[in-house]
Design a protein around this ligand. Sequence first.
Ligand SMILES: Nc1ncnc2c1ncn2[C@@H]1O[C@H](COP(=O)(O)OP(=O)(O)OP(=O)(O)O)[C@@H](O)[C@H]1O
Ligand SMILES: [Mg+2]
Length: 413
Amino acid sequence: MNAVTQETLTDANLNTSSDCVAFVTDNQTFGVVQMVSEQYFEAPAIRDGSTKEVMEHIAHASSPRAVIVDLSDVSEPLTDVLTLSSALGDSTCLIAIGTVNDINLYRDMMEAGVSDYLVKPVTEKSLAMAFEHMHTPEPEQNQAKPERTQRVVVVGARGGVGSSAVAVTLAWLLAEEQQRRTALVDLDLEFGTVALSLDLEPTHGLREALENPSRLDSLFISSAIAKVNDRLSVLATEETMTGDVEFNPSAIEILFDTLARNNDSIIIDLPRAAVGFRHRVLKAATHVVLVTDLTLASLRDAIRILSMIDESAPNTPVTVVANRAGRKDDAMSKGDFQKTLGRKVDHVVAEDRRALKQAADSGKPLPVSAKSSKVVGTVREIAKKLSPGKGAPNKANGKTSGLTGWMKRGKKE
Ligand SMILES: Nc1ncnc2c1ncn2[C@@H]1O[C@H](COP(=O)(O)OP(=O)(O)OP(=O)(O)O)[C@@H](O)[C@H]1O
Ligand SMILES: [Mg+2]
């Protein structure tokens, strides 16, 4: 593949406010993109480059209407497309160019958010059609858009307030009663309890995925995920306590985008101390559930976490859940708590030690092990609010094997 020559580069005149920005890797593509884009855009900017150059460009420029990226020399084109479509947002159309002529790749690219994928040699006709497609919305685009995969981040105000218990129960109810394909992700890589509470073998792909997102594709996800049943899958790990996980900054969005391709809901159990990536996780959320208890220490930390959420995701709806209510060590009433918190507590979940113990002993989620517990009733209200009008309760069907299963595996780790 010839690189675009210096002469054409000088002509390219990369305009940071251009409506159409293209980064290509050879002269033939350059010529076609230049000729066709000039018919559709005021001052298209065409230059030598690929994903890295697009990312650098959008860091300094307003969002163009169209971005064309040449992925011919990229080893994992799908990963690049996921990164780019997350970074560009919904208002920019992404057209990818590549050398691989494969229908499965084309489908994956379209699912990952490209408006079109053109195989080299790019012709004037194929690029014009890609522009036409982008300018003339399909009829269904004028109708209601299908619901975007919801990404619900569950975070606790303090350790032990019950955020993982709420996350697991919520995920189970969304999957079983709201009939949503749901992925439950435990981002507490060292001390997470999600796999344990569902009596699942922790999987070992999550850390690698967060360190090396270029491995993140559907195939990798399916090997790293544990299936609880047809609709609920879990991504949870038990890492050694080395503490020095080197996250790639874009891994969070790529992970969520990859999971979004096969799920209606993603529930993320976020440890509040995850300083390295909590901002990104909150930014990617469509909804945040803040779990607290009614103690003074939790009140202080709930205030701090609400302001952190406000900074990271100012427009994302937040549901505040006061869990374990009714214990002797509650410092204050819901009313007093709300007054100091400066906002409403949306749901109060009762303390129910017996039910939680039953769940822990059986390795089954609360809606299976203690279905009449008030805890389940309240979390069900949250699940219904998250998916109004969806599904009806059906018979929960726990496939997990209980504490005995975990013991049989030798209480390893
Ligand atoms: N409503 C409840 N009633 C009684 N016990 C509860 C309730 N919710 C959670 N618990 C119990 O509280 C303990 C902590 O719960 P959980 O692990 O979900 O908290 P967490 O906020 O995720 O903690 P961590 O900060 O360690 O991640 C567990 O023993 C759990 O069974
Ligand atoms: Mg937890």
